[in-house]
Design a protein around this ligand. Structure first.
Ligand SMILES: NC(=O)C1=CN([C@@H]2O[C@H](COP(=O)(O)OP(=O)(O)OC[C@H]3O[C@@H](n4cnc5c(N)ncnc54)[C@H](OP(=O)(O)O)[C@@H]3O)[C@@H](O)[C@H]2O)C=CC1
Ligand SMILES: Nc1nc2c(c(=O)[nH]1)N=C([C@H](O)[C@@H](O)CO)CN2
Length: 240
């Protein structure tokens, strides 16, 4: 499943849902993992028991991102990979002031990965000659836009574009790729009608769960010849 490294993999937003699942699955394989979390949750005990290093970080402002990267540089001499999972999924219908909504979306989906990639470049290079990776978790909406999540979709498209820019700039030492999911796992409170509406958007019509993300991360980490690519994980939604 994964060529395990002694150098840690960083997963941002790893205290719940997809990030939590992937952190625990990597830890099961013996892969050292560092996660960032913003809201303290009971899952931190589970992560700690699994040997995962948990670092509190609020990426709502650049200063919080810079503090996180300083901690990484102080505590770790090298990194195997950085997986940008942290994300905030807000819609225009929630009534958040437009400027505030776009600022929040660009901050978490563009400023945060940009700063972390720049500030931790040296830590990834220090892992040579072992392979190193950056993986952006974007969204299938970057291709077609979104009726309901304009700012979210635009900011994820910015992250998608950075995949190719960082791939160009960090080659040949570091591979940079993206995973673009559609529905992976519902949120608590999603109504049966909403769930059916979401399932109908793809050809395969399933809620696959977070293991499909973990499998795809392992595929990219194990590959020696993929960079600058986006792997769509959307059940065929892109051609429906
Ligand atoms: N779930 C799905 O079906 C889909 C998911 N994706 C993408 O996959 C990734 C994982 O999805 P999912 O697990 O649902 O994500 P979540 O919505 O559960 O968010 C992941 C984490 O991001 C953290 N986060 C958000 N804003 C900040 C911030 N300002 N500072 C620090 N941390 C922050 C949250 O921390 P906290 O809660 O502690 O504040 C949360 O734990 C995301 O990038 C998402 O966009 C794409 C398509 C579908
Ligand atoms: N940060 C998040 N991003 C997204 C989420 C989520 O829960 N958190 N969920 C989705 C949906 O599953 C959507 O793909 C289908 O309804 C998208 N992004």
């Amino acid at each position: 499943m994964l060529k395990v490294s002694k150098s840690p993999i960083v997963i941002t937003g790893g205290a719940q849902r997809i990030g939590l699942h992937c952190a625990l699955r990597f830890a099961e394989l013996g892969q050292p993992i560092v996660v960032s979390y913003r809201t303290p949750r009971d899952t931190l005990k589970q992560l700690d028991k699994a040997g995962v290093t948990c670092i509190a970080a609020d990426f709502s402002h650049p200063d919080g991102v810079e503090a996180f990267t300083r901690t990484l540089n102080q505590r770790f001499g090298k990194l195997r990979a950085i997986i940008h999972n942290a994300s905030s999924w807000h819609t225009e219908a929630e009534g958040i002031e437009p400027a505030d909504l776009m600022q929040r979306m660009t901050q978490i989906h563009m400023v945060t990965p940009y700063l972390i990639n720049r500030r931790c470049h040296n830590l990834l290079l220090a892992n040579k000659p072992e392979a190193t990776d950056i993986i952006h978790i974007t969204d299938c909406v970057v291709e077609k836009g979104s009726y309901s999540h304009i700012a979210y979709s635009a900011s994820k498209a910015g992250m998608d574009n950075m995949t190719r820019s960082f791939a160009k700039n960090y080659a040949p030492d570091i591979k940079v790729n993206a995973v673009a999911p559609a529905l992976i796992m519902f949120n608590e409170g999603d109504t049966p009608d909403y769930q059916q509406h979401s399932l109908n958007k793809s050809l395969l019509k399933i809620e696959p769960g977070p293991e499909v993300i973990f499998e795809t991360l392992c595929f990219l980490l194990n590959s020696s010849y993929i960079t600058g690519r986006t792997i769509g994980l959307d059940g065929g939604r892109h051609i429906k």
